[in-house]
Design a protein around this ligand. Structure first.
Ligand code: SF4
Length: 375
């Protein structure tokens, strides 16, 4: 008897989120089709079929979908949200762009702000099943993987800024990811996280190195996607900077998906509503409210600097970048705004990062000397 062909579903890339998606889909008997990681080819495919002034994430997502369809996926799927920015329009535009190109692959959406129910309905549609126990197990595993991946990335950032042999931390991290990919139950995931961290901790580090601490904020896709942010965390790590992402998929899930009863601490959005208030009174779309509050939060914790990354033409982030100068009166923290698009060249970008690191280092040393004199 021939085995029934599994349905293939592809999601666009954004950092390591494909690991969580794959876990959810595989758990319910669907084949997760992982498109090739975003590359220049992806960008050029997406750009060719996109309106010129649309934001960068749209072009990259469309490029991922084209590559997934060419690779043989049955569905392409993405999350959507109602919203003030263009994200609310992505779905309709992508669907018609794919149809215009003559593709018959089905486009399917997961409504994010419907929380767990949105995820459940999505799984029901793609699988044709209605198995609450199986679906909730799958969602639980996927969400837990997101948090584990966030913790591993933080550890990577710590190690990378202090590693003795350049590139060792990332090599171990890439090997450790395999443990997380292979875990197919929550119990197996707990074991996998321990093994992954133990492997990463084999990296030899210099604990005494003078390390700068930087928060990375901005539009969530650009913050999380290494291709579009030109691997900013790696570049800063090489300069001895430990980077903490202010926006992560995990922080986003805490706000959008996880029911209130399961939230132990204040979420990013809850904090943002409090801290951003003197400068921005309401949500203006995208991640602007969070970004403005992240400057205050970084300053309160004595972080050495904050970098804000955003895509060219992103309205919410243009607004937040225009608020930063007014914040300087209250927040004495160096801020570097970086706007990314398909034209952003690597050399100029690295020069800006180096200059920023230099500025933070001088400020830190000056402060340390002033404190010494006081003592
Ligand atoms: S937040 Fe900015 S980049 Fe992201 S979808 Fe909205 S407009 Fe586009």
């Amino acid at each position: 008897m021939t085995e029934k062909k599994k349905i293939k579903v592809a999601f666009p890339h954004m950092g390591t989120i494909y690991i969580a998606w794959s876990a959810i889909l595989n758990k319910i008997g669907i084949e997760a089709y992982v498109p090739p990681y975003t590359s220049k080819k992806t960008l050029s495919l997406g750009t060719k079929h996109s309106p010129e002034a649309i934001c960068l994430p749209y072009k990259l997502i469309l490029g991922n979908f084209i590559e997934a369809i060419e690779g043989g996926t049955d569905y392409v799927a993405m999350i959507t949200s109602p919203g003030i920015c263009r994200l609310g329009e992505y779905g309709g535009c992508i669907d018609s762009a794919l149809k215009d190109m003559g593709y018959e692959t089905k486009y399917i959406e997961m409504r994010l702000y419907d929380g767990i129910k949105g995820m459940y309905d999505f799984l029901k549609r793609v699988s044709g099943k209605n198995d609450p126990v199986l679906f909730l197990r799958a969602i639980n595993l996927g969400i837990r993987k997101v948090f584990v991946l966030d913790r591993m990335e933080s550890r990577l950032s710590y190690l990378r800024a202090r590693e003795i042999k350049s590139g060792e931390a990332e090599k171990l991290y890439n090997r450790a990811l395999k443990f997380i990919k292979d875990a197919n139950s929550t119990r197996a995931l707990q074991k996998a996280e321990k093994e992954a961290l133990a492997l990463m901790n084999q990296c030899q580090i210099d604990e005494k190195r003078e390390v700068l601490r930087v928060d990375l904020t901005g539009e969530i896709y650009i913050v999380c996607d290494e291709f579009s942010n030109q691997n900013i965390m790696r570049e800063l790590g090489k300069m001895g900077v430990e980077v903490r992402k202010s926006l992560t998929v995990g922080s986003f899930l805490r706000d959008a998906i996880i029911p209130k009863a399961f939230k132990k601490e204040e979420t990013h959005l809850e904090r943002a509503e409090k801290l951003a208030k003197p400068y921005l009174m309401r949500d203006i779309g995208g991640d602007a409210l969070e970004c403005v509050s992240d400057v205050v939060y970084a300053e309160q914790r004595g972080i050495d600097g904050i970098i804000h990354v955003s895509p060219f033409t992103c309205m919410p982030e243009i607004m937040s970048q225009n608020i930063f100068p007014a914040m300087r009166e209250d927040c004495d923290i160096p801020i570097l705004p970086l706007i990314m698009d398909e034209q952003t060249g690597k050399a100029g970008y690295i020069t800006r990062l180096e200059a920023f690191v230099d500025l933070m280092r001088r400020k830190k040393r000056k402060l340390a000397m002033a404190n010494q004199k006081k003592d």
